[in-house]
Write a protein that binds this ligand. Sequence first.
Ligand SMILES: [Zn+2]
Ligand SMILES: [Zn+2]
Length: 503
Amino acid sequence: MRCKTCDYTLWNLRSRQCPECGSPFKPSDFSFVTNSVRFCCPHCGQDYYGTGLDGHLEPRTFDCVRCGTRIDMDEMVLLPTEGVAEERTIPDEMPWLSKSMGFFSRWWKTVLRGATQPARIVHLTQPESSAVTATWFLVVTHAVIGLLSVLTIVGFFVLMGLFAGMGGGGPGVGPTLVASFVGVALAVVGSVIGAIVLAWLWIAVSHGLLLVTGGTTHGIGRTAHAILYTCGPMLISAVPCVGMYFGWMIGGVWWCVSATIMVVRGQSVGPVRATLCVVGPPATVTALGIAAYIALIFGALSTARTAAVTAAGTARGMAAVAETQSIATAINAFALAQGRPPAHALELVTDGTLSAAMLSSVSTATTTAAIAFEATDLQTFSLMPATQAKSMAARASASLPAGVVAHRVVDFVFTYHGFDPAGPNNAALWVVIHSPDPASNPVSTPGAVGLANGSAMPMPQGMFPTFLQQQNDIRATFGLPPLPDPGTVRTGVSASAVPEDDR
Ligand SMILES: [Zn+2]
Ligand SMILES: [Zn+2]
């Protein structure tokens, strides 16, 4: 029994005033552990023991058995019972529901004891105790968590702002601070509302599960006590930096364990059933959250990869179209100048219309080390003396079979045989196909086709067979034989018109 104003001990006093500060007091203002306090008659010293509610005398007014004077509990001299230490006279109580403690110690003691002595705390909480009062504990705790978390972040930015502002001076700091305070308030209120909603969802689901799995001793309010009064460990999540990552996990697991113990004691439920019903819902939500997060990460990765592949493909496709157009233009120019198409594409190079390097596409795996003709690679061919190159081009054209339809030089298949590429009506005929050299490219998908008028068309992925069919239909109207799949036209293995009966 200590003075509520100055904490001075009030034992063994006849006076009803604190000797230290003068505040009046009455023994009935205090609660004691039953039988822990001796009430002595102020007239004869006869002692009585407090056996009633709050360790008070029962009845509180009576005639003294020794001196016969009518005495009241509030006029008696109090002492701890023989052999009982003073602190053992203070009855244990649920701190949050205490009327003798200050607000902060009510909250902080509930945080600590809810986390460490859940069974004791639920025992000290009457089953009928208000769930709204318990919700206030959650509100205060989460407001503290929200405030600490947000202040950490704001503190960081304010520090950054101060450092940034050192050079430039003061203006702008005021509005920033006001915005910071408004932001802090909004963030805290939001986090508290979120906590109330989530906690009550948890309470409702857990209590529902308890009801369907065999019932409970008390109503949903008791389950609410268990979940609300054990939220203290979530304060770990407010620890700067680490709290954000590990605090949630540690605090959450601790909260679940304490709440389960409270449900076991408070609702007289077996530990296995209590664990399933209390830990089950948040564990399921967490597992789903982690799964969704992983799915999101992987989804984002594969989207990024697809986009990268598409972008690379687009860039390659554009390069192929540009290269094909240069070659189609060269063929058209050659035909205009010479009045005939080149006998062999190498003639475009020896003629000076096209550079040899152009025949190796940048969009394929082919290099200038690829064979251009016989055993000569493109690089060597481009560096040959003119006479030697011309004689090689002549040999190349002589090697083409009669009725040739298509021949390959490295990455391009030439299809201008049998018509005048500069002819006014031949614009829709293909003169060249961008076809990665099968000798260097395991997959040879045409990237573009060049037309007789010197233009080029991209070949979207998978569309080539359709376009080839259309081209062959057009060729048929010109009386030209169909073009083969350019991938089958290899260096030194040109395609010629196949007689009707062999097709
Ligand atoms: Zn006092
Ligand atoms: Zn007496």
